[in-house]
Design a protein around this ligand. Structure first.
Ligand code: NDP
Ligand code: MG
Length: 341
């Protein structure tokens, strides 16, 4: 069991940290990305986030909460020794960050090793990332998403699209190079705009047929080549629900790992109260409709997803806390409450 291992839990982000230590850490990470030797050196004293076929390893803390165990690299080498596996596996990990104590953080997919044996030796369980998002809190959800996204990118970008030859990663995993064509490839995110549309008193939510029963989310769409955020959102809302936007305001952004990495730009948008007749594009969405403040507040109060069995009218539920759609809904609720005080 992992009891014999030194397990470090990821520290919480401190927003008031001094800028000098922040700058020093960023400069250190820059060097690790560019210098293979320095990266290998940092790996020796670094910590690892483990995945099995892209499912992250989670541990239950004594208080019953799930957390990400950051396993010391040297302890992980001990596990490989026990399994009779080559220690060089550690070098396949990719750099994902650095703690405030200057410990370099890496993620590694151990899909080539026996899953239950790894779970036993590490004292955790590999959980599908979508489920992990419901279990993790604070800065752990974005960290686990980042680690998975970078591993996935390497697993799916092994060849140069110009020459067809294999491409090779640098030690940190921040890029891949094809020695035949000379092309350098960097991890890619697709830009997406997501918006919570309001008519002043209600908000518009939609669902795709693949969503769990009862789940609705803010409307989203990928940017077409050359589009601005405003153009994408205007087009997507017109395409998906047949409405013309009156205004929009950018409210935040996040990296989203599903199905491939997206860069989500989140907005609050409005339509005129006289222009609320929804016409759903059923190719894109199964349903979209207006929800009242009360309906949304009830959904936010749910502690866990409702059962919603077939044949019964489903209870509304919303994307997980970490999804930016969830944050948009919470902000809208606050705006509505503020407007009526
Ligand atoms: N974090 C959050 O809160 C939320 C995140 N999202 C994410 O936003 C993203 C976009 O939302 P969605 O409504 O599905 O987008 P769209 O409305 O743009 O529809 C998706 C379709 O667009 C096509 N498409 C165009 N460009 C791309 C691209 N670069 N990558 C993949 N598909 C592309 C695909 O069609 P085809 O397969 O026919 O080629 C795909 O099925 C999804 O990844 C979703 O997971 C959505 C809601 C909430
Ligand atoms: Mg869409």
């Amino acid at each position: 069991m992992l009891k014999s291992l030194r397990t470090l839990f990821w520290p919480k982000t401190v927003l008031t940290r001094s800028s000098s230590s922040y700058v020093a850490r960023i400069r250190y990470l820059m060097r690790l990305k560019e210098d293979d030797e320095a990266c290998l050196e940092a790996m020796r004293s670094g910590s690892l986030l483990l995945y099995h076929t892209l499912a992250p390893l989670l541990q239950k803390s004594p208080s019953g909460l799930f957390q990400l165990p950051a396993i010391n690299t040297s302890d992980f080498k001990g596990i490989l020794d026990k399994l009779g596996k080559n220690r060089a596996l550690v070098n396949e990990s990719v750099l994902i960050g650095c703690t405030e104590e200057d410990v370099a953080q890496f993620s590694l997919d151990v899909g080539a090793l026996d899953k239950s044996e790894m779970e036993r030796l590490c004292g955790g369980v590999f959980i599908d990332l979508r489920k992990a998002f419901f279990l993790l809190r604070g800065t752990e959800a974005p960290l686990v998403a980042r680690g998975q996204a970078l591993l996935r990118w390497h697993q799916t970008h092994g060849f140069c699209s110009a020459s067809g030859h294999p491409s090779f990663r640098n030690q940190s995993g921040s890029q891949r190079v094809c020695h035949s064509s000379g092309h350098t490839y960097y991890p890619k995110m697709s830009p997406v705009v997501i918006a919570l549309v309001s008519d002043g008193s209600r908000c518009l939510l939609g669902r795709q047929a693949t969503f769990p029963r009862g789940m609705y989310s803010a409307l989203a769409g990928f940017c077409d080549m050359g589009e601005t955020i405003e153009e994408t959102l205007r087009r997507e809302i017109a395409e998906e629900v047949g409405l013309e936007l009156e205004s929009l305001r950018v409210a935040g952004s996040q990296h989203w790992p599903f199905p491939q990495s997206s860069f989500m730009v989140a907005c609050h948008a409005t339509v005129a109260p006289s222009n609320t007749q929804v016409s759903v594009d059923l190719e894109e969405l199964e349903d979209a409709r207006w929800f009242t403040l009360q309906e949304v507040q009830e959904a936010l109060r749910l502690k866990k997803p409702p059962r919603n069995p077939e044949g019964e009218t489903p209870t509304l539920w919303l994307p997980p806390r970490y999804a930016i759609a969830h944050q948009l809904v919470r902000e809208w609720v606050q705006q509505q409450i503020g407007a009526h005080e």
